[in-house]
Design a protein around this ligand. Sequence first.
Ligand code: M6R
Length: 368
Amino acid sequence: EKGGYDWFMQKEIAEQPQAVADTLLGRVNADGKLVLDEMRLSEEELRAITKIIVVACGTAYHAGLIAKYAIEHWTRIPVEVELAGEFRYRDPILTRDTLVIAISQSGETMDTLMAIRHAREQHSRVLAICNTNGSTIPRESDAVVYTHGGPEIGVASTKAFLTQLTACYLVGLYLAQVRGVKFNDEVAEVLTQLSDSPAAIAETLNRMDPVRKLARSMVGARTVLFLGRHVGYPMALEGALKLKELAYIHAEGFAAGELKHGPIALIEQDLPVVVVVPSPKRPLLHDKIVSNIQEVRARGAKTIVIAEDGDEAVAPYADFLFHVPELPILLQPLVATIPLQVFAAELADALGYDVDQPRNLAKSVTVE
Ligand code: M6R
């Protein structure tokens, strides 16, 4: 059943090119227009949306944080992202013209379910992004976009995350198309880039041996920090979550811009700091991150850097440098997350932990 892999998580990481390809399958009609079958909200209803709130937990929340960058850029609709467990307790502003997007692999997460029930009581529309056919969250939603990731057994979410991102991109592009905003050409272009992404994901997987080796050399680490900017920030949060839940190592993700506002005080000799670097084609962002890497390294940090192919500007400041294939920045999480997943899983295994069943955790959290 593990198909020759040591753990389900390893298998699920390897299945990511296919999972993303399956999630993209059949979404474009003969006229090149994006179609979402399970979209039961009319175009008129979608045109009326004035605000989007994404609710989710854990890894799905990180997918939501990345979705915000993409959906706002493509549609110009303001997007908030909220931890589902916080949502209904703070009297959120919800109207008929608010679209709540609930992201959940299992479709049974109680915090997320309670959040959408609250949203519907306030007459907002709810769209679910879910991996489990017929589960409770999609049943209680106005519309569903299913991710076609197949069953995910490992408690730590991997292929579900990449397919959630894919579905979020599709929803963002669909909204842009329906609303006919100025980005229609961009919709077609991004769809092409998305359809190329499974090959880039597969290529990334082929490059993971050095990441495994590094992880296995780090069994003594007590704390690992993760830094990123733009979509690299949610990726940093995701990398830290993976390490906490699998290897039981204290890990924190930071927005790189926050370093000087506190976290830099944590940097000491040999502290591992993982940094996700945006494309050099975005020089403003890229150069800022490069100086952040210099800053932490000057204070003794051991820098583990994930950068795009061809980006050598970071090399002088990287103790370890891993390149991932080039994708437009909004899609970069589809490849740059993979070394973070592999790093956490390998380190956990090297420490002798059960990668598929981390302590204290359940695959589906059905209590609030
Ligand atoms: O089934 P869901 O996507 O709603 O689950 C949400 C979280 O419980 C889940 O992503 C959790 O954080 C994972 N263990 C992370 O790897």
